[in-house]
Design a protein around this ligand. Structure first.
Ligand SMILES: Cc1cc2nc3c(=O)[nH]c(=O)nc-3n(C[C@H](O)[C@H](O)[C@H](O)COP(=O)(O)OP(=O)(O)OC[C@H]3O[C@@H](n4cnc5c(N)ncnc54)[C@H](O)[C@@H]3O)c2cc1C
Length: 447
């Protein structure tokens, strides 16, 4: 095999697995990560002697090849955890992922009749006319579920979680991010609840009994052990090495602020950053398109609690609280110190410098945790904040055009590919991001 070189930008799950694939293909690797540890959104944070994730990060085993590698590198540190998660709203606790029957069970009888009629009409319409899913998330949700259920559930839920009204989000958001819940499924679930049909073997059913993978130190284990394995096989990995400049000459990338390099380049850093780092800069319309791709930041309130246990599940989603999800990783096997304590990971989507970002929302968060019976203010021993500026890509109306403009422009660079959650502006989980890294690396190195 001829010797090839690949420079990888970003050391999250995608970049690390891209490096693993490149090594298997016999390439030499240089990887640059801007932070002081690997893992990106899935990195671990050691705060006050305890490990915290940015939202409990657990590995799924749906991709057998990737799972086999993770299993091997994590070794004895890997813990198998049965998925147990809930969603709470209106004072009731439901199973998560949300089942159609749960949505319906939470609705008052008259509204329920309206919602069922709306669902039925929506289902008939999509059966007999070609579904377009409309121009924005509002029309897509109404097309799928009918107006009454949209007004009762999806409008407020989406608005609260994302801080953006569904009419300002693209229909693509519904396709990629919202769970599909057809009227037929809802009716079947209802019949199932009334014991008129047998429970079905569906994807949702599979998720219900899914096994996840974690460790005593939380999500830090996977990126750390992947990086250690890469380094032991000769990969050159650099922490604290932000990419601020990417030089190019005609149709080739020639290097970064860390020096010139020949060979291939794989970027997993946020797409707008890649565009802004290009030297010489791209045309103004491409810079403008990049400025239109926005991300939703998030702040995690990492709390140490003087209590053995706060909740029954691994994590619970909340509809009516200042936070949208609370995880208790001790229930997945995390080691918490000192004894008799547990930790809570409280997730909030926010804007940079708003009260949730700065920590000023802490009193409100504590009040909501107490109202949910999770802990009292006195039981909170310490708190830390973890920030992510690029937690979720925002599929705002019109983002597809900007994304297309940028990707078409980048196609001129024959030795560059951009992929992963940030690089492709999409919503993978860890194993999908790793698969994206593997596929793109293979394309680059074997073309
Ligand atoms: C709250 C939350 C919970 C989640 N829970 C799960 C879960 O339980 N299970 C699961 O499978 N997935 C989960 N995910 C998804 C998972 O985090 C992502 O799919 C995964 O991290 C994507 O990997 P990536 O490498 O593509 O991107 P990232 O993880 O974002 O990695 C990108 C890397 O690039 C680096 N970088 C950025 N700019 C530069 C620069 N200029 N120079 C150098 N480096 C740079 C970043 O520091 C980062 O390390 C969750 C996501 C969120 C937000």
């Amino acid at each position: 095999m001829s010797e090839k070189h690949i420079t990888i930008l970003g050391g999250g799950p995608c970049g690390l697995y891209a490096a693993h694939t490149a090594l298997e293909l016999g390439a030499k690797i240089t990887l640059y990560e801007k932070e002081d540890s690997f893992g990106g959104l899935a990195a671990g944070h050691l705060l006050g002697g305890n490990w915290f994730d940015l939202g409990v990060h657990m590995l799924h085993c749906f991709d057998s090849e990737i799972f086999a590698t993770c299993k091997q590198v994590m070794g004895e540190e890997r813990i198998e955890v049965p998925l147990k998660s809930h969603i709470k709203w209106g004072g009731k606790t439901y199973h998560y992922p949300l089942r159609g029957r749960d949505i319906l069970a939470g609705i008052p009888p008259l509204t329920l009749a309206r919602c069922l009629t709306g669902l039925f009409i929506a289902e008939l319409q999509t059966r007999f006319s070609k579904s377009t899913l409309g121009a924005d998330a509002q029309s897509a949700l109404i097309e799928l579920y009918g107006e009454p259920l949209y007004e009762f559930f999806f409008e407020e839920f989406t608005h609260r979680y994302w801080g953006i009204h569904p009419r300002d989000l693209s229909a693509e958001f519904v396709r990629r991010k919202m769970p599909r819940l057809s009227a037929v499924d809802v009716f079947k679930n209802l019949l199932e609840k009334l014991h008129l049909t047998k429970p079905r073997d569906t994807t949702e059913g599979a998720l219900r009994f899914e096994t996840l993978h974690y460790s005593k130190t939380g999500s830090e284990t996977l990126p750390r052990s992947l990086a250690t394995s890469l380094q032991s096989r000769g990969a050159s990995l650099h922490l604290d090495s932000p990419i601020t400049k990417i030089t190019h000459n005609k149709d080739l990338i020639t290097g970064t602020n860390h020096g010139s390099k020949t060979g291939h380049f794989l970027s997993t850093i946020p797409l707008p950053h890649l565009i802004r780092a290009l030297d010489p800069p791209p045309p103004p319309e491409i810079l403008h398109a990049a400025s239109q791709l926005r991300f939703k930041p998030m702040t995690v309130y990492a709390l140490l609690i003087k209590k053995e246990k706060c909740m029954d599940s691994l994590y619970t989603y909340y509809r009516d609280r200042v936070f949208h999800r609370v995880g208790e990783p001790k229930n997945a096997g995390l080691l918490v110190r000192p004894e008799g304590h547990t930790t809570l990971i409280v997730e909030t989507t926010c804007e940079i410098d708003d009260p949730k970002w700065t920590g000023q929302a802490l009193p409100e968060i504590i009040a909501d945790l107490e109202a949910e019976g999770l802990c009292t203010p006195e039981e909170i021993t310490s708190h830390h904040l973890i920030h992510a500026t690029h937690a979720y890509p925002i599929f705002a109306n019109g983002f597809e055009t900007h994304l297309k403009e940028i990707t078409t422009y980048l196609q001129r660079f024959t030795n560059l590919r951009t992929t992963g959650r940030q690089g492709a502006f999409t919503y993978p989980n860890m194993h999908t991001a790793m698969r994206m890294g593997a596929t793109t690396t293979r394309e680059l190195l074997t073309k």
